[in-house]
Design a binder for this molecule. Structure first.
Ligand code: ADP
Length: 573
């Protein structure tokens, strides 16, 4: 049954019963009032009249006129108040006997009058008795109905009092508990109410909602699982090695490529810190060394029976959590980018350059030799035009030879085939050899070269003589190339702690600061400058110096000249 119906029915019945109770109560009270009134008017008055008549009869011998008048007055009143069966006859007899007594008074007639009066009184007394019985019966009926209705009202109120709060509170409590369960993501919670139709509807709606939430949650979960699987598969199929670390350096993810190159087993590393794994794994140890400052050099790792090259990158992971504003560090990803295909192409290119430059060198040298023979006029005299032509052929040949030389050097550096002969060299010797090489070039632009030494005479560097002279040559020829006519180039050699630094300063065009990093890259030339050159000189120089455990650099600004410098370790004397 519906709670509403239950409430309407309970309160409604109670209301009707209360109304009924009041109606019955008032009806019976009214009836009792009528009964008492009836006794009063019909019987009590007759008794009073009779008593007055008896008193008048007693006084009739002494005060006849007044007594008769009294008697008659009461007789008239009695005649008007005939209510009981037999009262009329008794009153008529009384009148007859009184009239006859007045005509001839005697004791016998007086006795008859008194008997009539007693009779009237007894009839009325009986009437009172009967009516009182009726009033008692009415009171009893009233009591019965009032008590019965009162009991029914009490029972209904009692049932409502104990049943209704329970019926309403119990499902509400159960529902509150279930809502809390749902809030705690316990979506398999269901409610079952018995009885009331409203609560049954509520339970059904709640259960549908919980079911939908459960469905949504599981579909969301499966979607997330699917997405996770997809990403895992994606990461696993990458050719790059990926290792995920949390903020405490615990490994939480590692892809197949990373497992392959580290020779590790997934089960034995997941959940361990990278430091624990590094104890027994050289590669991880190597990666850990560079975790804060990844090295720019590629890592050579043997896997699948061949050499693979990887570039290390560390990606810190920072997230902004829901409801927060600050970014929070939650770990990092070690990325080993597989650059083997590029390296292989690079090797092929280096080999190609090496072969070509090597193959070109001999015919160019032969051309130069032929030109020299002709210049020496071994095969006859030359006119001015022919001499000019031969001069330019010779210069072009030299340039070609320089280029092939640079290319050969580059290929040697790149392929690692470079052989260094590190020995103790005096800076003065190195400088003399290189200045001699560029003298002619400097003369052409009337450029002077000033050298200054800020070191002891016997201070020497640990260097490969030829390669260092090559670097100095390159610096000097660049300085001459970029200087204006009639300028000066300063070469400073100074001792800086355990190094000797060579600086070549020119007052030429200078280099914009944004190109300083790229200037030592292969084939790089400052944009906008149209010069002959390969863009290889500084790249080779950098390689030569670094291979000799030195450092190379530049200080320059546009229109303020440039200073190219390198440092090499001081030889122990
Ligand atoms: P290149 O064969 O072109 O000279 P380099 O590697 O020796 O190759 O030089 C790279 C580029 O650096 C040059 O093209 C030039 O633009 C710039 N450069 C080198 N030295 C100087 C210098 N002293 N002054 C201004 N620019 C220079």
């Amino acid at each position: 049954m519906k709670i509403k119906t239950k409430l309407t029915l309970g309160v409604g019945i109670l209301f009707i019963l209360i109304v009924l109770l009041s109606v019955i109560g008032s009806v019976y009270i009214n009836r009792l009032k009528t009964d008492t009134e009836k006794i009063l008017t019909a019987n009590y008055n007759s008794l009073e009249f009779s008593q007055n008549m008896l008193l008048a009869l007693d006084k009739i011998k002494t005060d006849s006129a007044i007594a008769v008048k009294d008697f008659r007055k009461n007789t008239i009143l009695q005649e008007k108040n005939l209510t009981e069966f037999g009262e009329k006859e008794a009153t008529q007899n009384l009148n007859l006997h009184f009239e006859s007594y007045l005509k001839s008074p005697d004791t016998e007639k007086e006795k008859h009058i008194r008997e009539d009066l007693v009779r009237i009184m007894s009839i009325n007394m009986k009437g009172i008795e009967r009516k009182s019985d009726i009033a008692i019966l009415t009171a009893e009926n009233a009591t019965f109905w009032i008590v019965s209705l009162g009991t029914v009202c009490f029972l209904i109120a009692f049932i409502l009092l104990f049943n209704l709060p329970q019926t309403i509170a119990e499902p509400i409590n159960q529902l509150t508990f279930s809502i809390r369960q749902i809030a705690n993501k316990n979506y398999n919670e269901r409610v079952h109410f018995k009885g009331s139709a409203e609560f049954n509807d509520l339970a059904n709606s709640f259960n549908i909602m919980a079911e939908k939430l459960e469905e949504y949650e599981s579909s969301n979960l499966s979607k997330q699982l699917m997405d996770k699987k997809r990403i895992e598969t994606l990461v696993n199929n990458m050719h790059d090695a990926v290792i995920g670390l949390d903020e405490n350096h615990f490994i939480y993810m590692i892809n197949d490529e990373a497992l392959k190159i580290t020779n590790l087993n997934k089960e034995e590393i997941i959940g361990k810190t990278v430091h624990e794994v590094a104890v027994n794994n050289d590669l991880i140890r190597e990666l850990l060394k560079n975790i804060d400052h990844p090295s720019k050099d590629s890592l050579k790792i043997a896997a699948d029976n061949k050499e693979n090259y990887f570039e290390q990158e560390i990606v810190p992971i920072n997230i902004v959590k829901t409801g927060e504003k600050e970014k929070k560090y939650i770990g990092k990803v070690i990325l080993l980018r597989n650059i083997t295909p590029f390296k292989e192409l690079d090797f092929a290119k280096t080999n190609f350059i090496a072969t070509i430059s090597h193959e070109l060198k001999t015919p160019i040298a032969a051309i130069k030799m032929g030109v020299q023979l002709m210049e020496n006029e071994k095969f006859g005299a030359l006119n001015e035009q022919q001499k000019e032509l031969l001069k330019s052929i010779n210069e072009d040949g030299q340039r070609l030879l320089d280029i092939t030389g640079e290319l050969l050097n580059l290929s040697q550096v790149e392929s690692g085939n470079i052989k260094l002969k590190i020995e103790s060299c005096l800076p003065k010797d190195l400088l003399q050899a290189s200045v001699k090489n560029v003298e002619k070039l400097a003369e052409q632009k009337n450029i002077s070269i000033t050298t200054s030494y800020i070191l002891d005479d016997n201070d020497a560097v640990l260097a490969d003589f030829d390669k260092t002279v090559w670097v100095l040559n390159n610096f000097l020829s660049n300085a001459i190339k970029h200087s204006f006519q009639d300028e000066n180039i300063t070469v400073t050699v100074e001792k800086i702690s355990s190094f000797i630094q060579f600086s070549i300063t020119d007052t030429g065009s200078g280099i914009d600061e944004k190109y300083h990093r790229q200037i030592f890259d292969r084939y790089f030339q400052v944009p906008g400058e149209h010069q002959n050159g390969t863009g290889l000189g500084l790249a080779i120089s950098k390689n030569f110096i670094e291979k000799q455990n030195g450092e190379i650099g530049v200080k320059s600004a546009v229109n303020q000249g440039s200073t190219f410098y390198f440092m090499l370790p001081l030889a122990e004397s």
